[in-house]
Design a protein around this ligand. Structure first.
Ligand SMILES: NC(=O)c1ccc[n+]([C@@H]2O[C@H](COP(=O)([O-])OP(=O)(O)OC[C@H]3O[C@@H](n4cnc5c(N)ncnc54)[C@H](OP(=O)(O)O)[C@@H]3O)[C@@H](O)[C@H]2O)c1
Length: 255
């Protein structure tokens, strides 16, 4: 089983690679920019294919597809995990910040999938697991660029999943809530004893990635009850906006 994980140099990607490597006959292909981190993980796993590359570079998807085809001739699982958080309000970051986040959280996933889809089809039954977020179903102040990228990923994933079913390529979505990682330190949630329960773990996300792929699930939240948040958003939109929007929704406009 050949599994490629992007963003394998830290956080959820590294945990997913460790978990997938425990599957019988598994060989991992690790993709991220920091080669030293990937080499270290490959050593820990007893060997892996390391591709140190920037997913924002024009040439990267084709280079990755060529390496995997030349070295393995097949691909059973693609985990599109690499991503970044967004910064600030729209008035602060504007279109530039939206483009920055969309480029890695959405465009890069689409481009890599496009480059690897022929190989995935030839390797069917195979799969793609995209790492979304609960923020891909509900938004809140100061996460607009991030939510936009994850909403886009969710919509695109659903369409491609239906298109690829007949080709034997399962396309699923994992929607984590909050996990403390390098890129998402979750300082505020960790600081307060009464919010710490909201944090999940890298290992639970890794287990869910395996579950979505192996059991061909369309979508899974981590932890599972977070799946109720989008339901609450649809059923009680006013309450949802007041709960997460704070003053933004109650401020009286200036004349
Ligand atoms: N942690 C959470 O609470 C949480 C919740 C929901 C969803 N997620 C999603 O989970 C995924 C992983 O996040 P994480 O928490 O594990 O964060 P993380 O520890 O910061 O990991 C992000 C990974 O993405 C890679 N990456 C970033 N830009 C890249 C680029 N241009 N080219 C190649 N690789 C790139 C990084 O590697 P290099 O820097 O070495 O390139 C790193 O391995 C993201 O898609 C994130 O949106 C996280």
């Amino acid at each position: 089983m050949i599994a490629l994980v992007t963003g394998a140099s830290s956080g959820l990607g590294a945990a997913a690679a460790r978990r997938l490597a425990r599957e019988p006959g598994a060989h991992l292909v690790l993709v991220a920019r920091r080669r030293d981190r990937l080499d270290e993980l490959a050593g820990e796993l007893g060997g892996a294919t390391v591709i140190a590359a920037d997913l924002l570079e024009e040439a990267t998807p084709a280079l990755v597809a060529q390496r995997v085809t030349d070295e393995h001739g097949r691909l059973d699982l693609l985990v599109n995990n690499a991503g970044v958080g967004g910064r600030g309000s729209f008035a602060e970051g504007g279109w530039a910040e939206v483009r920055r986040v969309m480029a890695i959280n959405f465009d890069a996933q689409v481009r890599l999938t496009e480059a690897l889809l022929p190989l995935l089809r030839r390797s069917a039954p195979s799969g793609v697991v995209n790492i979304g977020s609960v923020a891909g179903r509900v938004s809140r102040p100061r996460v607009g660029s991030y939510a936009a990228s994850k909403f886009a990923l969710a919509g695109w994933t659903e369409a491609v999943a239906m298109e690829e079913r007949r080709h034997g390529v399962h396309v699923g979505l994992v929607q984590p809530g909050f996990v403390a990682t390098e890129g998402f330190p979750q300082r505020e949630l960790r600081a307060r004893p009464w919010t710490r329960w909201m944090l999940s773990t890298e290992d639970k996300v890794a287990e869910t990635i395996l579950d979505v792929w192996r059991n061909r699930r369309p979508e899974a939240y981590v932890p599972k009850p977070y799946g109720l948040v989008p339901v609450a958003r649809v059923l009680l939109p006013g309450l949802y906006r007041r709960a997460v929007g704070g003053g933004a929704f109650t401020a009286t406009p200036k004349p």
